[in-house]
Design a protein. Structure first.
Ligand SMILES: *Cc1c(COP(=O)(O)O)cnc(C)c1O
Length: 429
């Protein structure tokens, strides 16, 4: 018998050695970051919380950026990740389209966040920084950065959104195991946290508020820098390793994508998948770049494009992006990683210029498709990734109805093995 191999793998020697930077390719250049009075913020001002090399990357004019050797070595522990043909899912949906998923759940943290966590920890260590402060929503970012801090010998404190800490206590267990200090946000340790608690002692917290706490701490301690798991240009840059590998993998089987789909919280796994394909889109190739966002927190489809803060206490610079407003507290949906009021400036620019699109997915649609995926591919997707999965299924069904099957690729941004409480809480038929 012939055994069908559904997994398109790359050898270690095919691991991309450079990240792709599309800042210089954007049709409308990104506006500068701004201060509350409307004045431009000089990049050097970010030096209070970020190392110089990450600030350079944030505004880099180079189309390609070398991946430092220590980061490549760390990547090689699990990268390149497989691109997998979801044949059983295709069969269950009765579609002729080819559906592939890029399996980012195989990283040490179980999500794509390790791609940027390791890079950020490396640059901070190289700059002589001893400690990192960060926030985490669902816990994946905190887990990824805790592992990266362990790898590059940094101390770390994680402000974890209160509702997520209650929903996902085992995330804290992993972070603590790695040596991180994990606090429930809002906390009593920062002005931003105390103010939020004074206003509403029962607040579930939010990513925007947890960011305020971590930024406040980093800005007030010279030995401590801040690290952000999404949104910023340098984070998307590091995540382009995803799309660069997908490109090589599709080329190796002679396929071109019709749809590239990822869920959108702050935009990093979506940007990481699609940015390497932007040159083709600019050249007129018909590749649909599609972001799946939760109906409960629809920054790209319902938000306003303009300058807004990245956090609730308005400590971050104003950034040009789609936003629901910095004080928007998203409902406590299970896809905690998608509970963010804003969006990456790069993704926002792609959408504004018509190069990418966004659609919403309800929590129920995401859960139903997660169940189908578990029952066919035998993997439990993260609730966040289930949004990308659900939109992919929808597009495959639409293509079937139109009689035009195609090639769809989505990012399985993480596994759901630490999100089982969300699965327990889901409504049953
Ligand atoms: C954080 C996270 C997301 C959302 O963040 P993006 O920056 O939009 O990618 C999606 N999926 C998983 C598994 C995550 O951990």
């Amino acid at each position: 018998m012939t055994i069908v191999d559904n997994s398109i793998t790359l050898s270690k020697s095919e691991l991309p050695q450079k990240w792709r930077n599309i800042l210089p390719l954007l049709p409308t250049p990104l506006g500068p970051y701004r201060a509350p009075d409307g004045s431009d913020i000089p990049p050097a001002a970010l030096g209070a919380i970020f190392p110089a090399q990450l600030i350079d990357q944030e505004f880099s004019p180079s189309e390609w950026v070398d991946i430092p050797e220590p980061v490549l070595e760390a990547y090689a522990r699990w990268r390149p990740t497989p691109l997998v043909r979801a044949r059983s899912l295709e069969a269950a949906l009765k579609v002729r389209s080819k559906i592939y998923f890029k399996n980012e759940s195989l990283s040490p943290s179980g999500s794509h966040k390790s791609n940027t966590a390791l890079a950020q920890a490396y640059y901070n260590q190289a700059a002589g920084i001893a400690r990192l402060a960060t926030e985490t929503g669902a816990g994946q970012w905190g887990t990824a950065l805790s592992i990266a801090a362990r790898h590059f010998n940094l101390a770390i404190r994680v402000y974890m959104v209160k509702v997520s800490l209650e929903q996902k206590p085992y995330r804290k267990t992993i972070m603590s195991l790695m040596g991180a200090e994990v606090l429930s946000s809002p906390s009593q340790l920062t002005q931003a946290g105390r103010a939020a608690l004074a206003q509403d002692p029962q607040t579930p917290g939010s990513l925007g508020l947890a960011i305020s706490e971590a930024v406040e701490e980093a800005a007030s301690r010279p030995d401590t820098n801040y690290s952000l798991g999404s949104v910023l240009n340098h984070v998307l840059l590091h995540q382009t390793i995803i799309g660069l590998e997908v490109k090589k993998q599709l080329a190796s089987i002679g396929q071109k994508p019709d749809y590239l789909i990822a869920c959108h919280g702050g935009g990093s796994n979506f940007g990481g998948l699609v940015c390497p394909f932007v040159p083709e889109v600019l050249a007129g190739e018909k590749i649909q770049l599609l972001a799946a966002e939760p109906a409960a927190c629809p920054s790209l489809t319902q938000g306003v494009y303009g300058y807004d803060y990245g956090d609730m206490a308005k400590l971050t610079p104003l950034m040009p992006m789609y936003s629901l407003g910095a004080d928007f507290v998203p409902p406590a949906i299970h896809a905690g990683g998608l509970r963010y009021h804003g969006a990456s400036p790069i993704v926002s620019a792609l959408i504004k210029d018509g190069l990418a699109k966004a659609e919403t997915v309800t929590a129920m649609e995401a859960f139903n498709r997660a169940k189908l995926f578990a029952n066919t591919e035998y993997l439990v997707p993260a609730p966040e990734s289930s949004h990308a999965l659900a939109l992919t299924c929808q597009k495959a069904l639409d293509l079937e109805e139109a009689g035009t099957p195609g090639v769809l690729v989505f990012v399985l941004s993480g596994h759901g093995l630490l999100d089982l409480a969300a699965y327990e809480a889901a409504p049953r038929p």
